[in-house]
Design a protein around this ligand. Sequence first.
Ligand code: TXA
Ligand code: MG
Length: 338
Amino acid sequence: METKIFKPDEVEAAAKLLKQGELVAFPTETVYGLGADATNEQAASNVYAAKGRPSDNPLIVTVSSIEMVERYAQPLTDEVKQLMAKFWPGSLTIVLPLKPGTLSKTVTGGLDTAAFRMPENQVTLKLIATAGIPIVGPSANTSGKPSPTLAKHVYHDLNGKIAGIVDDGPTQVGVESTIIDMSTDTPTILRPGAVTVAELEQVIGDVKADHHHVGANEIPKAPGMKYKHYAPSAQVEIVDHPADFEAAMDWASKQNEAIGLMATDEVLAQLSVPQNVETYSLGKDIQSATHLLFAGLRHFDLESEVKVIFTEGFDNTGLGAAYMNRLDKSAGGMHFKK
Ligand code: TXA
Ligand code: MG
């Protein structure tokens, strides 16, 4: 199969493919998603095959209107309506109880809930509205690899396995949406993202955070959280304090292999970088670092043969919670120790 690249003004052709049960990757403001008709069980199961994704990991249902959610979910509570009014379209995925039997087990992983999201991308909203059906939307990467923030990342992982990719340039946020579970008594954050705890609490009061490290034998609330994630071939090591970079460079200078370094411009400007170290700038702050994290990890995977990638850590608050959650998974929890 040849994977076709669609421009933003070609969504009609892409929508037609989706309606025919084909897989089409789509842009969002967080990362690129892998779309398929969420009401077509065969199409949804092809998504697992294309990604190499474990089948107990349910898919996000991506919509272009609240009406589309109401076709499948139990009547929306006031709190849920408030969240949608405030954050949709945007980087918040909301887990809701379903009307029984409305979505297939392939989509829900057998849960009686589903995760709904309305992304902030005009091309994709038009794509879904034109198709007239919600589309499943896991990140459009091979399972375990960093999520795609450019159409070329999708092409690299899925070329020949999917019918098309709608290319709308780089995504803005760079990491996946915040997931909040509204199907339980206490609203619970299952995955941190660009919509922060503080922002959510302003709308609905106290929320609980439940994105601890999930053990191999534990059944996690967001099933995807238990798998190895975002991992390039090289070992990622988190550098917690800018001052530790000097020790990291000292170590690197004694190695015979190439070493990678991902840090903000300020850190890079102050370091003397040994010859065998290849740098990748994370820009100026937590926003740019989040935007560039996955692209940087992919850069080292594709374009260089580094053994270790030292990567700058940030405070675990606000957007930093989303960044550190992904970085920690890429690194398998490994921190550089002096
Ligand atoms: O930003 C995003 O959310 C991107 C873009 C493409 O929309 N999508 C995305 O999908 O990150 P995915 O499949 O890579 O991550 C969805 C996560 C998985 O960890 C999955 O286990 C969890 O959501 N999930 C899906 N349905 C769920 C449910 N009913 N209850 C709890 N967790 C659920
Ligand atoms: Mg993913």
